[in-house]
Design a protein around this ligand. Structure first.
Ligand SMILES: *Cc1c(COP(=O)(O)O)cnc(C)c1O
Length: 289
């Protein structure tokens, strides 16, 4: 286990421990932005593989491996699309990756998935020593501001990560909070239940507003800001909707940086907050459309 100041820190440790500017790094289009940022920061070459139905195209990612590939980032579920791949797809992928290529399986939202068809990355660690699973207390555990994440890997990889890790990268308050959280199964269950109800509520509300969304396995939904027929000529962008929602007191995430200017990502909240978002969105779209 390698601890980090959030799993973001762990992802950076992995990049710093293993990448040089002559290496290639593979990740999917629309994948979590940190993969591209840390790859650029090292000066390694990013190979972005086109997404399939907004999700990772694992066979295309496997085909993109060359003798220069050092690291592959997978997010399951992915942020900001909420897409996920199943256990058999992951196993097929892992079996296709040469053992000297590292695979980082980012399970930041893993706790939200209760479906047996979806992989628990840890189950592959014994058979695939090139796998690093990362997780966090920031999402289902609700401790984002505490900053605790971790990687689980072979001892050999953990040893290498430990050599570039700052000795006190996770503060003692955060460690206490995380250790306490781990014994609070009831909180985790409630968090997952509230999220599932909220997902259903928001997806139903978006459907009623005639807005398309990407079905999500995370704690957010990414939706298209144009109701009905996308071929109509709309005079506003996702950023405009974001701005107007802000004026209504609702903060969502614009996705221009992900080259998804027609989409916004909304986090799942409590029922009343979800309702408030849907109401504000209705008001804003009535003005804009
Ligand atoms: C939020 C997130 C992380 C990192 O979160 P931390 O707060 O740094 O633990 C990593 N990967 C994905 C896909 C995320 O959405």
């Amino acid at each position: 286990i390698t601890l980090g100041n959030g799993s973001n820190d762990v992802l950076e440790l992995i990049a710093r421990a293993f990448l040089t500017c002559s290496d290639e790094v593979i990740f999917s289009e629309y994948a979590f932005a940190v993969y591209s940022i840390i790859t650029q920061a090292i000066g390694a070459k990013a190979i972005e593989v086109p997404a399939k139905n907004w999700g990772h195209d694992l066979s295309a990612m496997s085909d993109a491996i060359t003798s220069k590939t050092k690291l592959i980032f997978l997010a399951n579920p992915n942020n900001p699309t909420g897409t996920a791949f199943d256990s058999s797809a992951l196993l097929r992928f892992m079996d296709s990756v040469p053992c000297d290529v590292l695979v980082v399986l980012d399970e930041a939202y893993g706790e939200y998935i209760k479906d047996d068809a979806f992989p628990d990355g840890l189950s592959l660690l014994k058979t695939h020593s090139n796998l690093i699973v990362t997780r966090t207390f920031s999402k289902a555990w609700g401790l984002a501001s505490m900053r605790v994440g971790y990687a689980i890997s072979s001892p050999t990889i953990a040893d290498l990560l430990n050599r570039v890790r700052q000795p006190f990268n996770v503060n003692s308050f955060a460690l206490t909070a995380a250790a306490t959280a781990l014994s609070d199964d009831e909180y985790l269950q409630r968090s997952v239940d509230v999220n599932q109800k909220g997902l259903d509520q928001i997806e139903k509300g978006l459907t009623e507003l005639d807005l398309d969304f990407i079905p999500s396995k995370g704690n957010f939904v990414t939706f298209n800001v144009y109701p009905g027929d996308k071929n109509d000529s709309f005079t506003y962008t996702g950023l405009d909707v974001y701005q107007k929602l802000l004026e209504e007191g609702v903060i969502v995430r614009p996705l221009v940086n992900y080259k998804m200017p027609d989409y916004l990502r909304v986090s799942i909240g409590l029922a009343s907050e979800n309702q408030r978002f849907l109401k504000s969105l209705d008001v804003v779209l009535k003005v804009l459309v």
